[in-house]
Write a protein that binds this ligand. Structure first.
Ligand SMILES: [Zn+2]
Length: 399
């Protein structure tokens, strides 16, 4: 069966989805004038204040009109036609368009709007029949399953498809974000710059991950908002230096970026993973863990990720959570690589000549390995390090 479509929405609409994930209808309420907003927006429709807060709503309202879809460009709806949609004027102010449950009589009538997640993990509004309040809400859960179309629309995917990716704004991280999007995931990206994408399923958080306190706070906040069951820690920095010049500040910064970030992200996401008995953690290390000149702090802190991988594999395997590492070799088209090795330098030619497969890696080569280890089907692989390095972990490399 096909997935329901993901309508184009701004990232701000994720507030609706975050509440729907917890079974609540929330709409933005203006703190200045009290107006309830729909659709989600940046500024109050009445007074233009930007102080809009997501607040739970009772959802009672009047179905004022309905329409029946007989055609759709979307495969999911095509398979489920005809599909009833209605316009509901909520008692709290706004008018919304909602899917109509089969038990809702023809307009006009009283309904109650609820929010649920569709199969793609997007919040959707559903109107349920509502007597004069006498019917109560007890029947709603049961009646939802009685409507076959809505049951299929809102049946949770086997696992929440929400992936958190660090360093997703460029290079390997961006390729990984694109791969998750293509696989139907919502993507939460933590990086110094946003992951540029027109997709509504992207939520970018701009952050300096070498700031351990800020990272910890952001991780906790994201875990409250999203059922994160897939974590890919890819962000990295090199600080290339000979041992004589390495400072303890280098060590602290890369320990925060590579190691502390991994710990904070995984600790925050663990409750959601344990609750669902499912999780995928992929830590992006480096081929440099095998040794590479002028990479003291980089190789040490990336090697630490292999220790985390093997330790967490033992601790978390019983919860259905796998933990694996990927160790990329030289990957072109990444800022990290080309800042050190200019694209037309003799040094680059030497490196390529030393790579057994005869070329540099591409970000997509690494993203493919991430998706393999992050797949629900990869549940029997844990504690492993997969070198995606063109063979450079086997022999020597002429840096
Ligand atoms: Zn207002």
């Amino acid at each position: 069966m096909s997935e329901p479509p993901v309508p184009p929405r701004s990232a701000i609409a994720l507030g609706l989805t975050a509440a729907a994930a917890q079974g609540r209808l929330e709409l933005q309420v203006c703190e200045a004038c009290g107006a309830v907003q729909y659709p989600p927006r940046e500024a109050c429709h009445r007074c233009l204040s930007s102080r809009l807060q997501w607040r739970p709503q009772a959802g009672a309202g009047e179905l004022i009109s309905q329409t029946i879809l007989h055609h759709s460009h979307e495969a999911f709806f095509r398979e489920h036609l005809p599909w009833r949609l209605g316009m509901v004027h909520l008692d709290c102010g706004p008018t919304v368009i909602a899917h109509l449950h089969g038990g809702v009589p023809p307009a006009p009538c009283r309904v109650r709007i609820t929010a649920a997640l569709d199969r793609a993990g997007q919040g959707v509004l559903i109107a349920l029949a509502q007597g004069d309040g006498s019917q109560g809400d007890d029947s709603q859960g049961a009646s939802m399953t009685a409507d076959e179309n809505l049951r299929e629309l809102t049946a949770p995917a086997e696992h929440p498809k929400v992936a958190l990716v660090t360093g997703g704004s460029s290079g390997i991280g961006a390729a990984t974000c694109r791969a998750f999007l293509a696989a139907g995931y919502q993507v939460v990206c933590l990086a110094r710059e946003p992951f540029e994408s027109p997709a509504a399923r992207v939520h970018s958080v701009e952050i300096d991950l070498s700031d351990a306190a800020a990272t910890r706070e952001a991780a906790a906040e994201l875990a409250r908002r999203f059922p994160i069951t897939t974590v890919v820690h890819n962000a990295g920095a090199i600080r290339e230096k000979p041992i004589e010049e390495v400072t303890l500040e280098d060590l602290a910064a890369l320990t925060n970026l590579h190691v502390a970030t991994a710990i904070s992200l995984v600790q925050s996401a663990l409750p959601a993973m344990q609750e669902r008995r499912y999780g995928r953690i992929v830590l992006v290390a480096s081929r440099a863990v095998l040794g590479l000149a002028r990479r003291t702090v980089y190789s040490a802190t990336k090697a630490a990720l292999l220790g985390l991988t093997r330790t967490w594999a033992l601790e978390l395997g019983g919860h259905g959570i796998t933990v694996n590492a990927i160790a990329p070799g030289p990957i072109e088209a990444t800022r990290m690589f080309h800042e050190l090795i200019p694209a037309d330098s003799p040094k680059l030619a030497r490196i390529v000549a030393s790579i057994p497969v005869g070329r540099l890696g591409r970000p997509e080569d690494v993203a493919r390995a991430v998706m393999f280890l992050a797949a629900p089907e990869a549940g029997f692989i844990t504690g492993q390090t997969l070198y995606v390095c063109g063979g450079t972990s086997v022999g020597s490399i002429a840096y």
